[in-house]
Design a protein around this ligand. Structure first.
Ligand SMILES: Nc1nc2c(c(=O)[nH]1)N[C@H]1C(S)=C(S)[C@@H](COP(=O)(O)OP(=O)(O)OC[C@H]3O[C@@H](n4cnc5c(=O)[nH]c(N)nc54)[C@H](O)[C@@H]3O)O[C@H]1N2
Ligand SMILES: Nc1nc2c(c(=O)[nH]1)N[C@H]1C(S)=C(S)[C@@H](COP(=O)(O)OP(=O)(O)OC[C@H]3O[C@@H](n4cnc5c(=O)[nH]c(N)nc54)[C@H](O)[C@@H]3O)O[C@H]1N2
Ligand SMILES: [Mo]
Length: 739
């Protein structure tokens, strides 16, 4: 999220694509409605479904799932044709604009209409309203990410915002509404298979950096892995771990061995596609452990007889510590009650596991004084502040977060600025918060104020200072603008021990020695960051946003039809990617899956999956609430009455929904005009019924949730984002038959 929730009150238009905040982000929705009330902000919703958010919109455009790239190019083309672009921004701060403009040229309103299934006038109306209002923000969420081309959606959105001149401004930017409590913190800590904390990656130098920060020997760390290569490559992803268990061909990507054991901590795992494969994998593994406050619904899907453990975790109200909100701000959380019954907080369980595995000493060596003499959780937050410099967590200390917690009332909710005794910092110290004197950054990429006032941010210089084009031309990747208060005119590289003096900053001999070979993100002495800030420089440099990602499968975002496309006639023109071996250690099918059959012939109904307001995630927690279960007791599909009529399905009838893999679910059909007559809507929030059979008796005594239901991911398609491996739950075909 470049901006923040309160900031949306400053927006004059809000474009919402692939998000339904009225249901999923009620707090964000309050701010959106305030913008409407205070600024007459136009709310523009682009969604395959007429949602509760759409009901509050000024303009609603229905598009087919998976066609946001064409729609965005349509917006960009209209901006160029009508002179709505921010020419200075494009000249000074973007690399690769020309290629984007050339692709956009192909997406006339008529062509967009043809692919997206909307009307040409609808695109023009949305674009005109969006261009007329400044600043305007863009909101997206899972409607954009859960696609084979999810990454292209999330690249093109910000590019569109930059071209329209909305980036780096209060009331503008990209507001990506996040999912779970502390999911931003989980990603900042990189609880992911492709990076060490702080998005540093997995290269040898980074392992060495963290070994230094964690006070452990690099050779010892290396010895924990089967090989150096294994240490430095992506692991399996959440979406494809089952392929590491079941598909023997993938063992070659995993040091010659299939996965044998699984620990699940804080995830439903029936929430990824191909649930039948998850079941097979759970049956086959040698050891399965669920660490969860509830009985994880996945635990009742497996029919294995032994080596299945349920460890009761405490919930978040039974622990304390720092957590990150959707806008990159951190908060201190206090324990409300002691852990109930025999449950234990997650960190205690992990510490015990480290003990049993024999590396507890190394695990806690950097906490407090070392040797197990630490204060929890304060020392953990201090360790984070002392090591995650890449995104600027250096100033996020427990003391500052506690002061913010105690003085909530001393911050402006619209700007986040503190007043009175909290003057000089923004609420929650949104990162980058470079050091203890830095106020945090409420709006990213804002160059209108100096870095020490929470601005001064160009784009990160992350891909070199210069790029050689195919024709041999050399193009600068450094920006052409000068942020307020910057002592360097124009762009400059990320600050390193080697270049800092050429940026006009003087070092003493001793300082020079300390920062030799380091950069701002690996210099734990803090010298590079402190010196850069005092010269008005952002430590990560002032580079250009790259619209071209030369290391991605598509250099610029391109439309590609889903693997199981509703529009077979468009597949030849917009084919998917070639199959991708060793994608997060698994061989993933793309083209061969798309071409396997004419899917839409046998599976003629398009599926939109999403959420309902009453239940959260897989619903493990909310379906265990009597009251919420009463409000939303059963799984259903929303079906357009015209489609239902063709199938002979009455409102309330039970139907079988067959997916393109082996899955099928038996659910109630509910008539609804929210969805077009080619599609159904499937809520993602149920589990505990398997192909028509209730699994209630498989839960340990008295632990079955009050509401059980078929799981949508039995029928969602095979398909994974080409970069992140996020499953394609938003583009699926099914067949429906009356049960
Ligand atoms: N009540 C409740 N709140 C929740 C959650 C919950 O389960 N229940 N989950 C939380 C989590 S983890 C998350 S990540 C967020 C998710 O929040 P959202 O992303 O808002 O959730 P979804 O309902 O999955 O999808 C959003 C919208 O995307 C649309 N959509 C689907 N495909 C496409 C497409 O191809 N293009 C476009 N433009 N739109 C598309 C859907 O119709 C839907 O209206 O919500 C969080 N909040
Ligand atoms: N078809 C379809 N599938 C989807 C989606 C979709 O839109 N459509 N959306 C996807 C998205 S965005 C998401 S985020 C996932 C959500 O999917 P999950 O993350 O699988 O869903 P949750 O129900 O939030 O699961 C969290 C689990 O953590 C447990 N838990 C809660 N608090 C704690 C704690 O403090 N400690 C521990 N150890 N455990 C805890 C809960 O009891 C629960 O079992 O679903 C994904 N799947
Ligand atoms: Mo999510």
């Amino acid at each position: 999220m470049t901006n923040h929730l309160g900031d949306m009150q400053l927006s004059k238009a809000i474009l919402i694509m692939g998000a339904n905040p009225a249901v999923n982000h009620p707090v964000a929705m309050q701010h959106i409605l305030k913008a409407k009330e205070k600024n007459r902000a136009k709310i523009i919703v682009i969604d395959p479904r007429y949602t509760k958010t759409a009901a509050k919109s000024d303009i609603f455009v229905r598009i087919r799932t998976g066609t946001d790239v064409p729609f965005l190019y349509g917006l960009i083309r209209l901006a160029i044709k009508n002179g709505w672009t921010d020419k200075d921004f494009i000249r000074d701060r973007i690399y690769g604009y020309e290629e984007i403009a050339a692709e956009a040229e192909k997406w006339t309103p008529e062509q967009v209409a043809q692919v997206c299934g909307c009307k040409a006038e609808e695109l023009i109306k949305a674009a005109t309203a969006f261009a007329a209002a400044k600043p305007a923000c863009l909101i997206w969420n899972q409607g954009w990410t859960q696609h084979t081309i999810g990454t292209s959606n999330t690249r093109l959105g910000p590019i569109m915002q930059m071209i329209y001149g909305n980036m780096g401004k209060a009331g503008g930017g990209c507001n990506i509404l996040r999912g779970h409590d502390n999911v931003q913190g989980a990603s900042d800590m990189c609880n992911l298979a492709d990076s060490l904390p702080g998005y540093y990656g997995l290269a040898e130098g980074i392992w060495k950096y963290f070994c230094g920060a964690w006070k452990v020997d690099y050779e010892w760390m290396l010895s924990r892995f089967k090989s150096k290569a294994a240490m430095e490559k992506n692991g399996f992803s959440l979406a494809n771990f089952w392929m590491g268990v079941l598909n023997e061909e993938n063992a070659v990507h995993n040091e010659g061995t299939p996965l044998r054991a699984l620990i699940v901590m804080g995830n439903g795992i029936t929430t990824v596609t191909q649930t039948h494969k998850i079941k097979e994998a759970l049956d086959k593994l040698e050891l399965v452990v669920f660490i969860d406050p509830y009985v994880n619904d996945a635990a009742v899907i497996t029919t294995r007889g032994d080596n299945l453990f349920l460890l009761p975790a405490a919930s978040q109200v039974e622990t304390s510590g720092s957590v990150a909100a959707t806008n990159r701000s951190y908060q201190w959380r206090s324990q409300v009650v002691e852990p109930l019954y025999e449950s234990r907080p997650d960190h205690e369980i992990l510490f015990d596991l480290a003990k049993r595995l024999g590396f507890y000493d190394e695990f806690v060596r950097s906490l407090g004084k070392g040797g197990g003499d630490y204060v929890w959780p304060e020392d953990a937050t201090k360790e984070i502040a002392g090591s995650i410099l890449s995104i600027g967590l250096g100033g996020v200390t427990p003391e500052r977060l506690k002061a913010h917690q105690e003085n909530w009332h001393m911050f402006d909710p619209v700007t986040l600025a503190g007043y009175g005794k909290m003057a000089g910092s923004y609420y929650g110290l949104p990162w980058p918060c470079w050091n203890e004197k830095h106020p945090g950054t409420p709006v990213m990429y804002d160059v209108s104020k100096p870095v020490m006032l929470g601005g001064g941010m160009g784009f990160r210089e992350n891909w070199g200072v210069e790029r050689e084009e195919a024709d041999g031309r050399k193009v600068s990747l450094l920006a052409g603008n000068t942020p307020a208060g910057s002592s360097v005119k124009g762009g400059y590289p990320r600050v390193t021990g080697d270049n800092i003096e050429s940026l006009g900053i003087k070092l003493t001999e001793e300082e020079r020695e300390k920062v030799k070979g380091k950069n701002f993100a690996t210099d734990r002495s803090g010298i590079l960051v402190d010196k850069a800030l005092s010269a008005g420089l952002c430590p990560y440099g002032n580079g250009r946003a790259r619209a071209i990602s030369w290391n991605f499968p598509d250099r610029i975002p391109m439309h590609r039809e889903p693997l199981h496309s509703f529009r077979q006639d468009l597949v030849a023109k917009y084919p998917t990617f070639p199959d991708k071996p060793n994608h997060w250690r698994a061989n993933i099918r793309y083209k061969s899956e798309q071409d396997k059959e004419e899917w839409v012939k046998n599976y003629p109904v398009n599926v939109v999956t999403g959420r309902i307001v009453e239940h959260m995630g897989t619903g493990t927690e909310t379906r265990a609430s009597k009251y919420l279960a009463e409000l939303a007791p059963e799984m259903f599909i929303e079906i357009n009455p015209n489609l239902a009529g063709k199938l002979g399905v009455k409102d309330g009838d039970m139907v079988w929904v067959y997916g393109t893999s082996e899955g099928k679910i038996k659910v109630k059909a509910v008539y609804s005009w929210t969805i077009d007559e080619n599609s159904i809507f499937l809520p993602q929030n149920f589990s505990g019924v398997w192909r028509g059979e209730s699994l209630a008796s498989r839960y340990p005594e008295n632990t079955a949730p009050f509401a059980l239901g078929e799981n949508s991911n039995q029928v969602t398609s095979y398909g994974y984002d080409i970069v992140t491996s996020c499953p394609e739950t938003k583009c699926t075909l099914v067949r429906i038959e009356k049960a």
